[in-house]
Design a protein around this ligand. Structure first.
Ligand code: UDX
Length: 450
């Protein structure tokens, strides 16, 4: 077993990585500067909602498998491998902000006292492994004191632990045999399907593909994966737009498309576009890297452009329903987090839609299952609730924005009978259309003729 430090251990990737590695039996020190989150984590609580995380964290705390600190040098001194999981947000021009990664590397340069493998988990543009190596080489010798490895994460928020314990693949990018051996040892329990605490998702009968490559290819694989996912969403949104114009039904089109084994059914839901902390940020960073290397990524620019337009598509549907003036129109938004199953409202297109509507004088109310507190913190004036009934009553327009499963079960009969029944816009095609029809409610499904 390896002594592992996780820098950025209280962030989304850091929490899942730290807990995951500790559950595999490694001794993990999670380091972060956020005191509030550290205190919560010591108490078995996570600031990010992740299904099944807290019971595992509790157990790991209890058996002393994981600890939390704000002291980077202490973490490094007591670790044989250090995972960097700090944030790489977008700069104004779309490039990834590497300042946190650089600051950590400058610390490591002064703190490493024995051979340590530095594992970069954060999504970093091609070339960053060289930057970290250069910083460490100012004082230390590569191969003797350290090696830097790219080991990108493919964690989806809300399913992060499944993605850690039952990954579709593990990618390790390094040219050092010593570092490769260290990484194989770290992931060995996962490949063998063994953990020191109870983890429901581990499956020892399934073989996990383990890909060893060079650092550049590993970093680019991560960007390629997110660019491909973003492309699928913009692709299906574009088909949905055309379908609407020519009188097709996007639900049937997605079904027919997904049955082609070369295409597959996943990740083809049309809607307001891709939000969240990764797809947009990583696609912009890839476009920047391409530009810096004299390559014109025409297709990816189109993917971004389509995504920006989707918000306007939804706005147009709202004004088509209530007329050009939104002043004091009561509009209900269902699904406020950037997707269902998470409480993350950062980069949520629902929140951007709320702001657009609010700025035009609409009276907006919102519903979410998990993210109500987070929305209140971000937008204190936004009237939000966990009670869908209270939100739907009295609304002139209802817009369903993510695929929260309970929305499919809404019984619309009560809302069709009221004096002023709402106009419903289903951007995801998930509502019960039979119930809407039976209730005499007018509705519009994105990508389908109404
Ligand atoms: C994504 C990648 O899936 C993950 O591998 C990577 O590590 C981080 O970025 P995440 O941002 O958590 O994960 O969410 P994801 O489930 O991919 O959804 C991203 C956005 O796309 C959401 O706004 C979601 O609503 C939207 N989406 C997703 C669609 O509009 N249609 C779909 O079919 C799927």
């Amino acid at each position: 077993m390896t002594d592992i430090g996780v820098i950025g251990g209280a962030g989304y990737v850091g929490i899942v990585t730290g807990v995951g590695l500790a559950a595999l039996g490694h001794k993990v020190i999670s380091m972060d500067l956020d005191q509030k989150r550290l205190a919560m984590l010591r108490d078995g609580k996570s600031a990010v909602y992740e299904d099944g995380l807290e019971p595992i964290l509790d157990r790991l705390n209890e058996i002393g498998q994981i600890s939390f600190t704000d002291d980077q040098s202490d973490t490094v001194r007591n670790s044989d491998a250090v995972f960097i999981a700090v944030g790489t947000p977008s700069l104004d021009d779309g490039a990834a902000d590497l300042s946190a990664v650089i600051a950590v590397a400058e610390g490591l340069r002064d703190e490493i006292g024995k051979y340590t493998v530095i594992v970069v988990k954060s999504t970093v543009p091609v070339g960053t492994i060289n930057v970290v190596t250069d910083i460490l080489s100012q004082k230390l010798t590569e191969g003797e004191d350290f090696d830097v490895v790219s080991n990108p994460e493919f964690l989806r928020e809300g399913s992060g632990l499944i993605d850690f314990f039952a990954p579709s693949r593990i990618i390790v990018g390094s040219s050092s045999e010593r570092a490769n051996a260290a990484l194989r040892e770290i992931y060995e329990p996962l490949l063998a399907g063994t953990t020191v605490v109870d983890v429901p998702w581990i499956d020892s009968s399934r073989e996990i593909p383990y890909v060893e490559t060079d650092a550049t290819s590993a970093q680019l694989t991560k960007y390629a994966a997110n660019a491909f996912l973003a492309t699928r969403i913009s692709f299906i949104n574009e088909i949905a737009g055309i379908s609407e114009k020519v009188g097709g039904n996007i639900g049937h089109i997605v079904e027919g498309l997904g049955l082609d084994p070369r295409i597959g059914p996943g990740y083809l839901q049309p809607g307001i576009g891709f939000g969240g902390p990764c797809l947009d940020k990583d696609l912009r960073a890839l476009i920047m890297v391409a530009g810096e290397n004299s390559y014109d990524p025409v297709m990816f620019n189109g993917v971004l452009q389509r995504n920006e337009l989707q918000l306007r598509v939804v706005m147009k549907k709202i004004t088509a329903a209530v007329g050009p003036s939104l002043y004091q129109k009561r509009i209900a938004l269902l699904g406020l987090a950037f997707k269902e199953g998470t409480n993350d409202v950062r980069h949520s297109l629902s929140i951007r839609l709320y702001r657009l509507l609010r700025d035009q004088g609409a009276s907006v109310v919102g519903h979410d299952v998990l993210a109500v507190d987070e929305v209140r913190e971000l937008e204190p004036d936004f009237e939000v609730s966990e009670d869908v009934d209270g939100i739907l009553n009295d609304s002139e327009v209802v817009v369903a924005l993510n695929s929260e499963p309970s929305y499919a079960g809404i019984d619309w009969s009560g809302y069709g009978q009221v004096e002023r029944s709402p106009y419903v816009i289903d951007t995801r095609g998930i509502l019960d259309h039979d119930s809407l029809v039976a209730s005499g409610i007018e509705f519009d499904v994105l990508g389908a003729v109404s």
